[in-house]
Design a protein around this ligand. Sequence first.
Ligand code: GAP
Length: 435
Amino acid sequence: MPADFDTIVNLAKKRGFVFQSSEIYGGLRSAYDYGPLGVELLRNVKDQWWRFMVQMRDDVVGIDSAILQSPEVWFASGHVDSFSDPLVECKECNARHRLDKLADTNTCPTCGKRGTFTEPKEFNLMFKTHMGPVETEENQIWLRPETAQGIFINFANVQRTARMKLPFGIAQIGKSFRNEITPGQFVFRTREFEQMEMEYFCHPNDAADKFQEWIETRQAWYLDLGMTADNLRLREHEAEELAHYAAGTYDVEYLFPWGWDELEGIANRTDFDLKAHIERSGEDLTYFDQETNERFVPFVIEPAGGATRTTFAFLIDAYTEEEVNSESRVVLKLDPRLSPVKVAVLPLSKKPDLVETTKRVADSIRGRWQIEVDITQSIGRRYRRQDEIGTPFCVTVDFDSLDDNQVTVRDRDTMAQDRIPIENLETYLADRLPR
Ligand code: GAP
């Protein structure tokens, strides 16, 4: 049963996960700011992706390429000609819609009138800007609409300097920009967002196997981080929905409150991009296999996910309402690796010696985890707040702590409490908080 959309959005706003961009000026549609908890959750999602995709593998290295690239990149990649969505405008109410996303292509969902659409026109999604002080056509550039091209244009640089042998991957996390016709569903579809992409280069004969491998590997990542298996599925693209560069694509989809929708695409991009850059740049982006004496253009398998969108999905998936002792509580059952705050340290009361010990305990573990100290309100309310933001452990300093140097550790999910000597606290938590 998917969580209610408004409930999640309200929690995200109320607790400081996500704010509307430029809120004090009435808000800028389809751009969002991540607050103190949101930035931690987003960083944890990206860190887990990097750990899984780069750190834990010896066949993948990372890169951080510029958002601004030569316009030639986008001519070569086909984005100037083909990165567009079909746009229609309602002649009655002037609302603009993406034709391929309309349930009924003859009825305007804004005003309900039939047969009022203009002829569809292809609308290019790339944001234009100018480089330098003169706004001429030669100075026009685009903000990148995907991080992938920054990888393709550095294929030879990375392969040579990191001495990589096929098959190998280059991973990147970073911002991308698309002038979406219909942004919406909170941070699901925005005009500025973050992607987590990896281009896996291989011999053309290996592409089919590697495609299958990455489809399985990527699903395993979501499941390992605790996403509900019933809320995940794989969907193969129909021929007509394939991107201009793809020979085949599977989407990992999540059951969002509005239905199944895309989390990540895993595509077989063949040798499309490297060939296109070889042709336009005149540079040699082929690979020479010294064992077989063969020179060829590698094929590419691309798992491409959205960091901001995935963060939203983890938030939705973790949201739980449950009854405890005939009272309802809201808990974000996030995997502890994703939780924004790992440990809350709470004095039982505001008495100065309790607060002082609380700060000392917090400081002793602060270097290792994201810690929050909260001294306001009743202890029950403070536990509830930590449950609501997904904090796996609350450490309570009480009056006995001053004498016996022990604290109580409360588990978010079971609510079981353990009494632990302060000197053993770090080890106790380390055993229960995986990296
Ligand atoms: N390099 C391939 C590529 O960019 P894509 O399917 O267009 O493929 C990959 O994008 C992922 O980026 C999507 O699965 C989604 O998670 C994320 N994404 C794409 N457009 C987005 C948007 N407007 N807002 C938020 N995330 C977006």
